[in-house]
Design a protein around this ligand. Structure first.
Ligand SMILES: Nc1ncnc2c1ncn2[C@@H]1O[C@H](COP(=O)(O)OP(=O)(O)OP(=O)(O)O)[C@@H](O)[C@H]1O
Ligand SMILES: [Mg+2]
Length: 362
């Protein structure tokens, strides 16, 4: 029978501890558990839910119901039989799991958990409590860390081979084969990025239209990333001069920028690309240049992310290599250009590339 709040249970035995604990202490402890950043689940010996806090519901992905308390745990956690099994079998154990891990079947979430017995005033086991935390993100971070280490190793090795094999073009072929054999677990696309990154750039300079390079990039980006319903608006004025540049390298540069924008926006939003003619500051009279600006409507970056985006192997993505912008920077440098970005969390990202109209040939 559910109890009304006015008929509080009278302790059967004169409980000294209970008597000395003021009524508001219960609310106090309940608040501590409710506000905890760990999941807490407790069941009685009979297998009924005695407590499940908000974080617990969130981690299990279960909708809270006011009458969950008192229900069999097998019913409330229907979706997680592995958790129920562990909890119910805990009463037969002498050593309870401590800092153990399990994977929740439907979501793939990784839980770190500890069990503890709940004892009554006679020190008899009255229930069992489970304290748990969602470790999925920690796992992803570790995974990312591992991948980054592996990629850095690939990069070092590729650079070493490139040094040995003086002809960089022959080197790429040899390297691709060697790297694949040495690091079979590195996804092919990332191995290629590493090769792109360590490979010395040899520009095939020709008169290149920015509009053509952008057009090629939009098509290329579509083959490499999911654009969803993101709108790309390219607005390059007719009178923009052609520049002396490597068409393929420029296309790759803009492709990398577009892919980042798509990945940041997750299927919805807008990328506006504009271009204009400028005088590039060279410390002297300045020289003829074109400026391409790429503005996305994504989430932008925090200052500490923005500071590192051009660093090789810097990534915030679980599966990123962190080489996209490092390669962009390299291509811009090879063209004697400049790149900078303006961004803040919540206001999208503006990337600005300035390329001289004519490159100095050596
Ligand atoms: N348009 C953008 N909006 C928000 N964040 C961005 C944007 N472009 C880059 N970033 C941030 O910069 C980081 C580095 O980008 P970069 O392209 O070098 O590597 P990546 O995209 O993580 O990996 P890869 O390009 O190898 O797939 C990204 O992980 C992301 O955090
Ligand atoms: Mg990228």
């Amino acid at each position: 029978m559910p109890m009304t709040s006015s008929s509080r249970p009278v302790p059967r035995r004169g409980r000294a501890a209970g008597a000395s604990r003021p009524a508001h202490a219960d609310a106090f402890f309940r608040q501590i558990v409710a506000g905890m950043r760990n999941g807490v689940l407790a069941i009685t010996r009979a297998g009924a839910v005695a407590l499940l806090n908000e974080e617990g519901y969130r981690i299990f992905g279960v909708e809270p119901h006011p009458d969950d308390l008192g229900k069999p745990v097998a019913e409330v956690l229907r979706a997680h039989p592995e958790v129920v099994r562990q909890l119910l079998s805990a009463f037969d154990l002498h050593m309870l799991p401590n800092r153990a891990e399990m994977r929740l079947r439907p979501s793939g979430k990784v839980l770190g958990y500890t069990f503890a017995f709940v004892r009554d005033d006679e020190n008899e086991i009255a229930g069992v409590a489970m304290f748990f935390k969602d470790l999925t993100r920690v796992e992803q971070l570790e995974e990312r860390e591992r991948l980054r280490d592996r990629l850095a190793a690939v990069g070092e090795m590729a650079a070493a081979i490139a040094h040995e094999v003086k002809n960089p073009l022959a080197g790429i072929e040899v390297m691709a084969g060697l790297l694949r054999r040495k690091f079979p677990d590195i996804p092919e696309a990332q191995a290629v990025l590493v090769l792109e990154f360590v490979r010395p750039i040899r520009l095939q300079v020709e008169h290149t239209g920015i509009a053509e390079a952008l057009h090629a990039a939009v098509q290329l980006a579509d083959t490499k990333a999911a654009r969803g319903s993101i709108v790309v608006a390219v607005n390059v004025p007719e009178e923009l001069p052609q520049i002396q540049a490597d068409h393929h390298q420029l296309a790759q540069l803009f492709t990398n920028l577009l892919i980042n924008a798509y990945e940041a926006m997750d299927g919805r939003g807008r990328v506006a690309i504009g271009a204009c003619r400028v005088q590039q500051d060279d410390g002297g009279e300045g020289r003829e240049a074109v400026r391409i600006e790429l503005q996305d409507s994504g989430p932008g970056m925090s200052p500490d992310v923005a500071e590192h985006v051009f660093d090789p192997f810097f990534t915030t993505k679980a599966q990123g290599s962190g080489l996209g912008l490092a390669i962009v920077r390299k291509i811009v440098d090879a063209h004697d250009g400049q790149i900078d970005l303006r961004t803040s969390a919540g206001s999208g990202t503006l990337i600005r590339v300035t390329l001289p109209v004519s490159v100095a040939t050596d």
